[in-house]
Design a protein around this ligand. Structure first.
Ligand code: BG6
Ligand code: MG
Length: 222
């Protein structure tokens, strides 16, 4: 039986993945760099400074920026992002996710958050979901971001649970890779072009059913 479910935040519990995209896109435009949604898939799940590095690498002619300048750009992006998330309420929880969390709660399996975001605890509060969680891993708790498995193993370690009894739920390619590298069962939410490495894949959160995830988990173990 699975003993722990670890949920990604941005793109799984709420649609902030879109706000991260809009905020990075605005900052990049100001730097004279443009990127599309296809490229944005590579930014999903990636922490703030690593995301900035990936964007800057799109235009090597800009040269190496100083650490101070990079911190300034990252903080500018976060300001754009904070403006976009100001209005988040429980109405912004993605379809089906409250039912999924409720079904999780009814079992003995624990609930953790595995997010790369420094804003994760504040967003969880705005969504009114904090009380569901037995443990929260955000950017402040890990040394290595996704695709490194640390985000997921840190949650399991804190709760004393075997990795093989954990399930990680992710919308990012780097996130699914992190779950797999942790030796956990990976659930991908999104399209197969980016998430084909997930153990179980559904198109969107409305198609994510607790019973289906359980039976897929057992099927893989059998
Ligand atoms: C992840 C998002 O959850 O958090 C990324 O998928 C984002 O897009 C990362 O860059 C870091 O977020 P923050 O809020 O710390 O800038
Ligand atoms: Mg995500």
């Amino acid at each position: 039986k699975p003993e722990l479910f670890i949920y990604d935040l941005d793109g799984i519990l709420t649609d902030t993945a879109e706000f991260h995209y809009l905020a990075w896109h605005k900052l990049a435009e100001e730097l004279g760099i443009s990127f599309d949604r296809q490229f944005n898939e590579q930014l999903k799940g990636i922490n703030r400074m690593d995301s900035l590095d990936r964007i800057l690498a799109l235009d090597p002619s800009k040269g190496q920026l100083s650490t101070d300048r990079k911190l300034e750009l990252a903080s500018q992006k976060n300001d754009y992002y904070l403006t976009l998330i100001e209005e988040i309420t429980p109405a912004h929880i993605l379809p089906g996710m409250v039912d999924f969390l409720d079904a999780n709660k009814k079992t003995n399996a624990k609930i953790a958050l595995g997010s790369a975001s420094k804003n994760a605890p504040a967003i969880l509060e705005k969504l009114g979901l904090t009380s569901y969680f037995d443990y929260i891993v955000d950017a402040a708790k890990v040394k290595k971001g996704k695709p490194d498995p640390e985000t997921f193993t840190a949650a399991a370690d804190a709760l004393g649970i075997d990795y093989s009894n954990c399930i990680g739920i992710e919308d990012a390619s780097a996130g699914v890779e992190a779950v797999n590298r942790a030796g956990m069962f990976s659930v991908g939410v999104g399209d197969s072009a980016h998430l084909s490495h997930a153990d179980y894949l559904v198109e969107d959160t409305l198609k994510l059913k607790f019973e289906d995830v359980l039976s897929q988990f057992h099927k893989k173990k059998a």
